[in-house]
Design a protein around this ligand. Sequence first.
Ligand code: AMP
Length: 310
Amino acid sequence: MSHSISSSIPMRTLRAVSQLRDSLQPARQAGLTVGLVPTMGALHEGHLSLIRRARERCDVVVVSLFVNPAQFDERADLDRYPRTEREDARLAERAGADILFAPAAEDVYPAGFASCVEVLGITDRLEGAVRGAAHFRGVTTVVTKLFNMAQPDVAFFGQKDAQQALVIKRLVEDLNMPVAIEVCPTVRERDGLAMSSRNAHLLPGERTRATGLFEALEASKRLSREGERRADTLVAAAREALARADIEPEYVALVDPDTLEPVERLQGPALLAISARVGDTRLIDNAILEPSHQEISISRTGASPAKAPA
Ligand code: AMP
């Protein structure tokens, strides 16, 4: 159980890196652990689950709030991204944050800024293929900066953005960054839609159709539980469910969860990733598919599936 410094002290909102460093210094000297939850704000239960987890695991909880221009591939998406700092501060504090770090864009990217951090390979696929190389370059650059600013012991990310979490893990490992990455489960609305700041843009009819992404993941999961292992068939089931919701996906892919290489058969856990536009709003979601236990137990006995029923 972590030792909370937040019980009696109200959360502070800080803008400058120097303020952040100064306020974390005493905690660090006292040997307390610092947890960081990077966000772009418009906080919802998904973000709050990360903050609560950080509260459980770390002594000091920093939530960063920065709508990072460098990771937006469309200007219109950046311009209309919801900005709700006052409400975010209230929610972050209630979830257990000690510090809300909300720097200005000019301070994160001052005049003359000329560096970037890039993870190669896994960033070309899925989101990288649709959004372009600049997207993940923007993410890895800002996350590196946030890690340098807050120097957290642990940073918390959501499985909702599975590729992003994988890219950050790669970054930390490749560059020997002294921070542990914890990936937390996707939080969903009651009807299955993954919570996202962008859901606020959905018009009522679109909001109903948007559950098609979750239904697609579930359809494919059901098939895999019944023993289906062919990627084509599992992907086709997801595509059919999307079509029923009148959703044309940008991609539906069954990939290795570590390399993001497409898999042909389900032989171990695989990531089923979907991206689609519903109206003007781009949504992503994913699930881990596992080979059914029935087939696993058959193969463990050493018998071939054909002989097993006898
Ligand atoms: P964002 O503000 O969209 O950049 O998200 C900040 C963090 O919250 C990222 O690590 C996301 O993966 C995570 N996150 C966003 N939505 C959810 C969700 N529905 N469930 C869990 N984590 C989420």
